[in-house]
Design a protein around this ligand. Structure first.
Ligand SMILES: *[C@@H]1O[C@H](CO)[C@@H](O)[C@H](O)[C@H]1NC(C)=O
Ligand SMILES: *[C@@H]1O[C@H](CO)[C@@H](O)[C@H](O)[C@H]1NC(C)=O
Ligand SMILES: *[C@@H]1O[C@H](CO)[C@@H](O)[C@H](O)[C@H]1NC(C)=O
Ligand SMILES: *[C@@H]1O[C@H](CO)[C@@H](O)[C@H](O)[C@H]1NC(C)=O
Ligand SMILES: *[C@@H]1O[C@H](CO)[C@@H](O)[C@H](O)[C@H]1NC(C)=O
Length: 235
């Protein structure tokens, strides 16, 4: 009689082992991963992004067509220069930022502050960056999927969407590589590009918790975009 119980318990144990910790469990998906500086360097396509701001998906889909980033190692150790190249409403924009890697944490200070870690991903050539951002007086959490490819598989997107869900973020905005990319202006001098690096695109007093989709929130964003469009037209 005792033997049956032992066997039954052992079989149950085996069964539960088989079921525990599937790769797609939230516990696994929100696990931070080590970052090595040399993993970061090079060209990345920004595939998808999810944030804690309600409405951010619609806003991103409305404004942003595609985005990529060229990360280069700076002279100082653990310091990187980022060149973000974004296509918005058919126009090309660049933003230069500096980033450091300290204690497995990425830090960026521009007119917003970012502090991020890498999370686990089943995608072999992707980075999933989970960050705390301070924009003006507003704290925003963001999850970004970057890949060496311009497009990832449906299963990889699904995993990212699950990660956003696990972290209680809004459903991700997925950018469409079919819309084409803006070139690195250094390699394509003929391309009209608006450099946002020196402009105060995120005024300190911008309060994003004034819901983006209230009339005034939306107007603030559109004013910012409009003032940059006017700059371009003056060229
Ligand atoms: C980034 O750092 C470089 C020095 O490595 C500096 O010349 C440049 O002004 C910095 N850029 C920004 C946007 O902070
Ligand atoms: C990095 O982490 C170590 C140990 O966790 C800590 O002692 C050190 O102060 C940290 N350094 C920075 C710059 O945060
Ligand atoms: C983000 O902020 C939370 C507290 O709100 C903190 O526990 C976490 O360590 C921060 N993450 C990073 C990458 O700075
Ligand atoms: C990335 O930046 C480096 C350094 O400026 C440059 O040599 C390289 O051509 C850039 N890559 C692309 C794809 O623009
Ligand atoms: C941001 O705006 C909201 C709504 O108008 C307000 O309740 C909140 O106090 C503001 N936050 C800050 C930090 O000013």
């Amino acid at each position: 009689m005792m033997e049956f119980v032992h066997v039954a318990v052992a079989v149950l144990g085996l069964l539960s082992l088989g079921h525990s910790a599937p790769v797609t469990s939230c516990e696994n998906l929100i696990q931070p991963r080590e970052i090595h500086g040399n993993q970061l360097v090079g060209k990345w396509t920004q595939i998808a992004e999810s944030t804690s701001i309600p409405g951010s998906k619609t806003l991103t889909k409305m404004l942003v067509e595609t985005a990529w980033i060229n990360i280069t190692a700076a002279n100082e150790a653990n310091t990187f220069n980022n060149l973000q190249i974004q296509k918005m409403m058919g126009l090309c924009f660049t933003l230069k930022t500096n980033m450091t890697l300290v204690n497995n944490t990425l830090n960026m200070v521009h007119n917003y502050r970012l502090s991020g870690v890498l999370l686990n991903t089943g995608c072999p050539d992707c980075l999933v960056i989970y960050s705390n951002n301070t924009i003006g007086r507003t704290a925003v959490k963001a999850l970004q999927l970057l890949s060496r490819r311009v497009k990832v598989s449906a299963a990889e997107l699904e995993e990212f969407t699950k990660q956003a869900e696990c972290l209680n973020l809004e459903s991700p905005a997925i950018l469409d590589s079919e819309k084409g990319f803006c070139p690195d202006p250094a390699l394509a001098p003929g391309t009209k590009t608006i450099d946002l690096s020196l402009s105060n695109i995120m005024p300190d007093d911008l309060n994003l918790s004034e819901k983006l989709f209230t009339e005034s929130g939306m107007k603030t964003i559109l004013d910012i975009v409009q003032s940059n469009m006017d700059l371009l037209k003056e060229d």
